[in-house]
Design a protein around this ligand. Structure first.
Ligand SMILES: [Zn+2]
Ligand SMILES: [Zn+2]
Length: 389
């Protein structure tokens, strides 16, 4: 029997435990950076499989790193997410991501005696839904020395790759001068006008941007009462683009929209930047090819890649520092959208269990491929270096 056969058998043996782990996390939804129980259960599971477990890494309490080492060789990271959404629980199915990552780790631990030299690191990455957990882990050096990273994300079909847009948030705060809006309006400086002018500028900019870019905003403060010239007004925009350099170039143009509005109205502008920009996904066909071959060998048929309806995720940031993939795995019936109550319900069905087991097996086999042939790691790295961010 080959090592890959042993990997598949190990996942079969672990399947009941993985399903239980997935359900436990699902039925105990914890929001970003509050995933104390989920992280604890995952650490316990991985510890039992023989991993050396560090709970809390890079100053992030609900992050963890679980390592098995078989000698000097490539380091492969398998990522788990486990944060829930406010109000709708595990409607993004991160419980299934966690179980798939833990299952891949468990299977590799089970065959550790047959693993070529290297390191398998299962990383617990909290707060994907807006908190940018992976960004903190990157800044904390957790990905230094990682040669390849992979995770899977639940979806309504198997798809090897989904484009992710980079996203940067920017808030404009305008300060004007209050005055009676009827008696002495000429004494005032209208901060709301600056907000409205910013939206007008952005609307005109929109015609001159590429169709795959997105700019969308809301007014967060628009004044206190109609009889007062608003002395303070503010708005927040999200700027998204499929390439890092395009995203930052567009961000600059959106900032100019606010600056122009300030100049036109005489209001003072304070720009509040969000430092946790989610970066676009840099694809890696070397890693994708290995994963897809393993999945095909398991008899899983894939749907086409998802290139048009892109969201954003902090796995994009990981993909900009190391070769990384995030294939979609099927945990819900066709047509079930993520972030819906139906998806939340689907994330603990027998279909989700099947998805978790197949994705765990394919990730474990792909990790094995990388340890067995370090030339593949070098090829993934060369592709990463040559790719446009
Ligand atoms: Zn989500
Ligand atoms: Zn998600």
């Amino acid at each position: 029997m080959s090592v890959k056969d042993h990997i598949a058998q190990a996942v079969d043996r672990l399947a009941d435990d993985l399903e239980a782990l997935s359900r436990l996390i699902h039925d105990t939804p914890e929001l970003a950076y509050e995933e104390v129980k989920a992280a604890g259960w995952l650490c316990d599971f991985l510890g039992k499989q023989g991993f050396k477990v560090e709970a809390g890494v890079a100053g992030v309490e609900t992050a963890f790193r679980a390592t098995i080492e078989t000698g000097d060789g490539p380091t492969v990271a398998i990522l788990c997410e486990y944060d829930a959404l406010p109000g709708i629980g595990h409607a993004c199915g991160h419980n299934a991501i966690a179980a798939a990552g833990a299952g891949a780790g468990g299977a590799l631990a089970a065959v550790r005696g047959q693993l070529p030299p290297g390191r398998i690191v299962v990383l617990g990455t909290p707060a994907e839904e807006g908190g940018g957990g992976k960004i903190r882990l990157i800044r904390g050096g957790v990905f230094a020395g990682v040669d390849a990273a992979m995770m899977v994300h639940g979806f309504d079909r198997w798809s090897p790759h989904m484009d992710l847009l980079g996203i940067v948030r920017v808030t404009f705060e305008f300060t004007g001068k209050a005055a009676h809006a009827s008696a002495d309006p000429w004494e005032g400086v209208n901060a709301l006008d600056a907000v409205i002018q910013t939206f007008n500028n952005v609307s005109m900019l929109r015609q001159q941007v590429r169709p795959e870019a997105r700019i969308h905003g809301i007014v967060t403060h628009g004044g206190a009462a109609p009889n007062i010239i608003p002395e303070f007004a503010a708005c927040t925009f999200y700027v998204r683009a499929p390439r890092l350099d395009d995203m930052w170039a567009l961000h600059k143009r959106v900032i100019a929209c606010g600056e122009g509005a300030a100049r036109a109205t005489g209001a003072t502008l304070r720009i509040v930047e969000n430092e946790n920009a989610y970066e676009p996904m840099r694809r890696n066909d070397t890693l994708l090819g290995l994963y897809r071959a393993n999945l095909a060998a398991l008899g899983v048929a894939e749907a086409p890649e998802i290139r048009e309806r892109a969201g954003s995720s902090d796995i994009g940031n990981v993909s900009q520092v190391v070769p990384a993939i995030q294939p979609m795995f099927k945990i819900a019936p066709d047509g079930t959208p993520i972030h819906s109550r139906d998806f939340e319900a689907a994330a603990v069905t027998p279909l989700a269990r099947q998805g978790i087991c197949a994705a765990a097996t394919a990730m474990a086999m792909t990790s094995y491929d990388l340890l067995a042939d370090p030339a593949l790691v070098a090829r993934a790295r060369a592709e990463f270096d040559a790719a446009r961010p």
